[in-house]
Design a protein around this ligand. Structure first.
Ligand SMILES: *Cc1c(COP(=O)(O)O)cnc(C)c1O
Length: 222
């Protein structure tokens, strides 16, 4: 199937409440242009340098989502244009995003990444860290960021019950965070689900899925 066909098939299968992020990491600009021509406007990348190179050459009505782990010293390269940063997992990083956003007179939307998988290799906050972050005095002073929701990745396993349970847990945390009040907290996006597990994620309440290989084909490297 072509990129266009795959994209449209997935898009048409999603409920209206779910936003599709087309994960184009490692793929050439020509692949992104094909998705763009088919109407896709939200792209996800996991390396800041690669995302910036694509941003420079592609149409300016694209929303660029950073879905990978972000190093503090690289935030400055995307602060001008990034539309949503999914993988924020420390106050230190949030402070740096705030500082760089200020230079462009912007408010950058962020998702806090929660650790829900059983693998210890995946990044993210636990519940206690989440609560202490959003209730800290420093957090409340950050005027150039807005936390608009949560992101999480389930364990890479064939055990669908486990994946379902992990996404269900994240949805509960998401719902409870919605009652936390702060001027820079507006919890509405729950980013969960990839090519292999997005249907389960949607059943568990996802509002944003990040799909790469099912649209663009398999990748040669991560
Ligand atoms: C690569 C990646 C995806 C997309 O993965 P696919 O299995 O190709 O759909 C989604 N989320 C994150 C954080 C990723 O790094």
């Amino acid at each position: 199937m072509s990129i266009k066909q795959s994209l449209l098939e997935i898009k048409n299968s999603l409920p209206e409440t779910v936003t599709l992020v087309a994960v184009s990491k490692t793929k050439p600009v020509s692949d992104l242009e094909e998705a763009y021509a088919a109407g896709q406007r939200i792209f996800g990348e996991n390396k800041i340098q690669e995302m910036t190179q694509k941003w420079e050459v592609m149409p300016k009505d694209i929303q660029w989502h950073m879905i990978g782990h972000v190093q503090t010293n690289k935030v400055k390269y995307m602060a001008e244009y990034v539309s949503l940063i999914h993988g924020v997992d420390s106050l230190k990083l949030l402070k740096e995003i705030n500082k760089q956003a200020k230079k462009y007179n912007r408010v950058i939307n962020c998702l806090l990444q929660m650790h829900i998988a059983e693998e210890s290799t995946k990044f993210g906050l636990d519940l206690e860290e989440l609560n202490s972050l959003v209730s800290s005095d420093v957090f409340k002073t950050l005027e150039n960021i807005k936390v608009v929701g949560l992101m999480g990745m389930a364990t890479f396993t064939d055990n669908q019950n486990q994946v379902k349970k992990e996404f269900g847990t994240l949805k509960e945390v998401f719902s409870s965070l919605q009652s936390t009040k702060s001027t820079n907290l507006d919890v509405k996006i729950l980013s969960m689900g990839m090519s292999g597990d997005y249907k389960i994620a949607i059943d568990q309440g996802s509002t944003m899925v990040r799909i790469g290989s099912s649209i663009f084909g398999s990748r040669n490297y991560i």
